[in-house]
Design a binder for this molecule. Sequence first.
Ligand code: ATP
Ligand code: MG
Length: 392
Amino acid sequence: MIPKVITGMIPEIIKAPATLAMLGGGQLGRFFVTAAHELGYKVIVLDPDPDAPAGLIADEHIVAAYDDPAALEQLANRCAAATTEFENVPAAALQKLAKKIPVHPSAEAVAIAQNRIAEKRFLGNNGFATAPFLVIEKANELTSAGDDMFPAILKIARFGYDGKGQARVKNISEAQQAFAEFNAPCVLEKMVKLDLEVSVVLARNSRGECQSFTLTENIHHHGILDISIAPARTSTTLLAKAEEMAKQVAQALHYVGVMAVEFFIVNGELLINEIAPRPHNSGHYTLDGCITHQFEQQVRALCNLPLGAPRLHSASVMVNLLGDLWFQENSDEGREPDWAKLNNIPNLKLHLYGKESARPGRKMGHFTVIDSDVAEAVTTALAARKAIGIKD
Ligand code: ATP
Ligand code: MG
């Protein structure tokens, strides 16, 4: 059961310099810490990794498991409210905290978004279209997949991200092999022919007010987001429809905080790919391209402040910087890329996440090119991407 927001009750504003709890210490948490500091709040980060990027800049970093009772007790006693930056935080930890302090998003909303089976059932029950799929909890359930399901992607129901925990399969026997390797509940999803991928990042506060950012067009490479372009270059009618659908999803989840809805556009129709119960990589452009960015909205929603204006002031193109870039020229030893190549582009904003070690596929940073014209921004961003050594 998802707790309903009680209309008419105006929750109290949590005023700075209150301390906020952040479960998760990755780059999304790091941007949250910066946004919270900008508004005068303190942040305690909980993350088991001592090198977690958000922990490095937080007022305090509790290095413990997300379900560590003593750590949760400390957060409940010392923080005015709690939020999270990744969907794999145990919903039970959020539930435990929620007994003592406000927690947004709710454990119930996170529990749906962190499990592809629950997520797809929720979307189906609420009338949202998705790619054709089958729930596969036991190997014999794969036999019900007809030929029209293939080629398909087998996706583990929990703990997948950036294309991890996914296998592209051409037939039942490949699906069976992949399922045996994952050895966990999965969904088998038909590969659809994408016209385009777009996403909506929005913020919703406890009064039910909802503000969406300009939709982005997203280009993935090997299942990982590579480039996001705002505004998305597609039909405005379709974009308006996607925005409305995302707001309906947020409402159906009684969602409070920042969330993203990823869409596939297939034959001019919108299918929901997935929901992220947190700020989103495709919303990083808002840091430089919008009046209020997604992390400030996250702080505002958590603290019951009015939401800021999400308006896009400049066309923006965001490019992810993955750890692969540290391993050019086939060297085994990671080498810092030559940032001078980016620093001399005046309308390019570079963000590095302070991660100690680069690994292929690891998100190390991003840059955003802002311009009055989206086509110009794309041209500059692609040239910058090439200059720094990113291969197509
Ligand atoms: P992320 O954390 O980056 O969102 P993820 O691990 O949750 O990734 P998905 O969003 O399910 O993975 O898939 C990653 C990408 O793979 C999608 O954005 C899309 O480009 C491609 N993809 C996934 N499912 C399908 C599908 N059914 N048909 C076609 N392409 C797909
Ligand atoms: Mg995705």
